[in-house]
Design a binder for this molecule. Sequence first.
Ligand code: ZN
Length: 151
Amino acid sequence: MTFELRELYQQTILDHNRAPRNFRVVEGANRVAEGYNPLCGDKLKVSLRVDDADVIEDVGFVGSGCAISKAAASLMTEAVKGKTTKQAEDIFEDFHRMVTDAGYEPDRKKLGKLLAFSGVKQFPARVKCASLPWHTLKAAIESANVPVSTE
Ligand code: ZN
């Protein structure tokens, strides 16, 4: 990886840690899950609103954690918003391979800004931080349809 690229990736992570996107509970959310990474203490709650066609209309997260987990959650919300749940799981699969499998060449087009985490695989302790938001998203997608309050 070139110095410039590494620098750009670092900037992306710092920026999303400083100003996380979609840092909120989604209004009218119908899928929710909580995730916890005891190794680092990262604690997240991911909420989604999925429409009848399985498209993620809105997604947000709240919680506290290290810079990597927060930036990963922020970038994740941007990456999956407007996608179908199947597409989101597909992106997660690629992302997960990218941070765990050193020999894997990630799909650059599919991952976009998420490539900022490609260096995480050199820090095994950080892999869980980067993938926690995604595991939580997956759990939320698979969670039973939470009835929207009619109040
Ligand atoms: Zn962490």
